[in-house]
Design a protein around this ligand. Structure first.
Ligand code: KIV
Length: 296
């Protein structure tokens, strides 16, 4: 076991590092990743937290919402990400239905995320009403990331993907949710789709680091969906998305160029082809010539 000397920067991000960052007012960076290549790139770029979000249901699997994705599908993606990630803290989402039936099943599913997926924490949506369950999962030695505000697994109850916490009573409930999860001991708290002012109040109130998405700049950290940041999604982006690249255009251009080269006979070139050794080539030509001569 290696112990990082006091005062040395810790190369591996842990749940403790997130708390230290909050205390030092150092912004926490988080991105989703769902497969090996994207997770490697994100990890090597120095992002602190990699979230295998259940948003993969929409982004990777083409579902309308996050609701259909299963524990086994989440595990499949989490394992691929695990193989890539060396430094970042790896958080995996508990998908809809995996913690809603009973506590035993929730604990079993959370443990699978750690044991089979290699996650270092699981994320569970919901506030006050999930605090007791979250406490039990933490007691089972599994760090938990909370997630409140616009929780996509509640889309049918919310009646769509709507910004939450706009009325005074909704703000009070969000504060109660945040405080309950903080007391339960969450490793961090995702704040999604809430007014900046409310996210700032929550961030000041709770000890746990907050990580915002559509929750303004006062959160202790920020998260975006990898594909949103890259411009690799279909349809108009949400207001909070900043597109740092147009990767869809890059991919389309490359695929079209490849297609045109194949159709025009420009691909593959001789330089992109394998060749026989000279002697084998000569021997082969002799055999072919002999066969031709015999046929005449
Ligand atoms: O699934 C996801 O990607 C998420 C983040 C947006 C927080 O839950």
């Amino acid at each position: 076991m290696s112990i990082t000397p006091i005062g040395q920067p810790c190369p591996k991000i842990t749940t403790a590092s997130l708390h230290e960052k909050k205390l030092r007012h150092e912004p926490i960076t988080c991105l989703t990743a769902y497969d090996y290549p994207s997770a490697r790139l994100v990890d090597e770029a120095g992002i602190d937290v990699i979230l295998v979000g259940d948003s993969l249901a929409q982004v990777m699997l083409g579902y309308e919402s996050t609701l259909p994705v299963t524990v086994d599908e989440m595990l499949h993606h989490t394992r691929a990400v695990r193989r890539a990630v060396k430094r970042a803290l790896l958080v995996a989402d508990m998908p809809y239905g995996s913690y809603h039936v009973d506590e035993k099943e929730a604990l079993r599913n959370a443990a699978r995320m750690v044991k089979e997926g290699g996650a270092e924490a699981v994320k569970i949506e919901g506030g006050e009403k999930r605090a007791e369950l979250i406490r039990r999962v933490i007691e089972a030695e599994i760090p938990v990331a909370g997630h409140i505000g616009l929780t996509p697994q509640s889309v049918n109850v919310m009646g769509g993907y709507k910004v939450q916490g706009k009325s005074l009573s909704a703000i009070e409930q969000l504060m109660r949710d945040a405080v309950a999860l903080d007391k339960a001991g969450v490793a961090c708290l995702y704040l999604e789709g809430i007014p900046r002012e409310v996210a700032a109040m929550i961030t000041a109130e709770v000890e746990t680091p907050t990580i915002g998405i559509g929750a303004g700049p006062e959160c202790d950290g920020q998260v975006l969906v990898f594909h949103d940041l890259l411009g690799l999604t279909f349809g108009p982006p949400a207001k909070f998305v900043r597109r740092y690249a147009d990767v869809a255009a890059v991919i389309t251009g490359a695929v079209q160029a490849y297609r045109e080269d194949v159709v025009a006979g420009r691909y593959p070139s001789d330089g992109e082809s394998y060749h026989l050794p000279r002697e084998t080539q000569a021997a082969l030509e002799t055999i072919v010539d002999r066969k031709r001569a015999m046929r005449r």
